[in-house]
Design a protein around this ligand. Structure first.
Ligand code: ZN
Length: 444
């Protein structure tokens, strides 16, 4: 997902000579890291996970590699069961469960992890199941060709209703089962079709206007728009997949980057839709008598659907995730932090911290994920969600607040208090006002 990112750099070396010197040092360190099989690179980035060679080495003797951070999700007995299930398929399946984060040895990308493992393992035929960069999803890669529909099989697992509450071991086991049956594409299509239909038919908060100027209810139009949006998203994923060449090296031509960006956006759109649906189900299941935040959760659900329908790019889709998190927090009994300020796709924040934006005197209080918190502590730049604004690519929070709800709120981090919510701001039309005006867009 990271091709759309940039890394905001602080002026650590204000003078040119110092800058050049540190660039040379960085280059030398990088060369040393390459020559030294990754060990110095790990030392240089303390938060990074295992290197490709470590994972490949483990996979050369067994079919399953589980990073220590997943050891409770997939324990020794479950690893053994997976290994036996894989052996019974007779297929060259390898599983690499590794937390993927921006700035790690694979820059948080499963496709880079897969390319590295393919290279290192040197097997003529290989089926790889990996963790995905996002949430509960898995990614699949098959070499030399996708004969067993591995990609769709692995992706389908994230959408299967029966696996909603299943752990990682069960999801990997299901992916292996689908790969063995060779019908991953049909299952994937059925599941994404189901999500399209459910999303279109999802309950609305009728009779409960989210705020003044909220556009009224147009359920028919709304449903049609939702289906169209999802159809385009799913269609473009399929299209991009067919077009994407097999990666055999670490150089990706620009066209592939562009295709990857499109796939990232389409994938995020599907995932956002699935999360909105899941929030709707959680709201339905919640007991009004014991859930004081139920109305707020409903507002968040309604706003998330509205933003998803109008979403124009990754920053808006990230906003859908932030709204879903707001709804989840309203249903929860314990206090919850918003999603990571620097990029909501990093997931829930682990803590709040203060941070001084480039060129500002005052510090701001933001919620950050584990990786971004670590980056700030070690004076590295966190991985920031970048946006195009007036022809430039900038961190999203540098867009003037009057042009971006997300810059104004930091996806939840910069809200002024308990009464100030993302859903409330969407309800009062703040999201619509920041949209570029188009002739076809109905006036608020
Ligand atoms: Zn983060």
């Amino acid at each position: 997902m990271s091709s759309d990112h940039l890394t905001a750099r602080h002026p650590a070396a204000p003078r040119l000579r110092t800058a050049l010197l540190s660039a040379c040092t960085a280059l030398l360190l990088a060369c040393a890291a390459l020559l030294g099989a990754g060990a110095p690179a790990r030392a240089a980035t303390p938060s990074a996970g295992p290197s490709g060679s470590e994972i490949a080495q483990a996979l050369s003797t067994g079919p399953v590699y589980v990073d220590p951070s997943y050891a409770t999700a997939v324990n020794a007995a479950q690893q053994q069961a997976l290994a036996e299930q894989i052996a019974a398929t007779g297929l060259p399946i390898k599983v690499a469960l590794v937390p993927l984060a921006k700035g790690d040895a694979f820059d948080g990308q499963s496709r880079t992890l897969a390319a590295v493992l393919k290279e290192r393992l040197g097997l003529p035929e290989l089926i790889l199941i990996t963790t995905a960069s996002y949430g509960k999803y898995l990614d699949g890669f098959e070499y030399p060709t996708d004969t067993h529909q591995t990609r769709d099989a692995a992706n389908a697992v994230g959408f299967l209703k029966e696996l909603d509450d299943a752990g990682l071991a069960a999801r990997v086991s299901k992916a292996v089962e689908l790969i063995k049956s060779g019908n991953g594409t049909a299952v994937y299509k059925a599941e994404t079709d189901r999500i399209e239909k459910e999303y279109a038919a999802r309950p609305h908060t009728d009779g409960e206007p989210a705020g003044p100027g909220s556009g009224g209810s147009r359920p028919g139009l709304f449903a049609v728009a939702a289906v169209l949006v999802l159809a385009v998203a799913v269609g473009s994923v399929l299209l991009v997949r067919r077009r994407r060449p097999r990666h055999t090296a670490f150089t990706f031509p620009d066209a592939v980057f562009a295709a990857d960006r499109a796939a990232d956006e389409a994938g995020l759109r599907r995932q956002a839709a699935a999360e909105v649906l899941a929030l709707g189900e959680a709201v339905d299941a919640a007991d009004g008598a014991t859930t004081p935040g139920l109305t707020r959760a409903l507002d968040a659900y309604d706003a998330a659907g509205r933003v998803l329908d109008a979403a124009d790019g990754i920053p808006d889709l990230a906003g859908v995730l932030a709204l879903v998190a707001e709804g989840r927090a309203a249903l929860a009994t314990d206090p919850r932090l918003p999603l990571c300020f620097f990029d909501p796709r990093h997931g829930a924040a682990a803590r709040r911290t203060t941070w001084r934006p480039l060129g500002r005197r005052e510090r701001v209080d933001v919620a950050v994920c584990e990786d971004c918190g670590q980056a700030l502590r070690t004076r590295r730049s966190p991985q920031v969600l970048a946006v195009r604004d007036q022809g430039r690519t900038v961190p999203y929070f540098e867009v003037p607040a009057e042009r971006s709800l997300w810059a104004a709120t930091g996806y939840g981090s910069l809200l002024s208090g308990p009464e100030d919510t993302l859903a409330g701001r969407v309800g009062t039309g703040e999201f619509s006002r920041t949209r570029p005006q188009r002739p076809s867009q109905p006036a608020d």
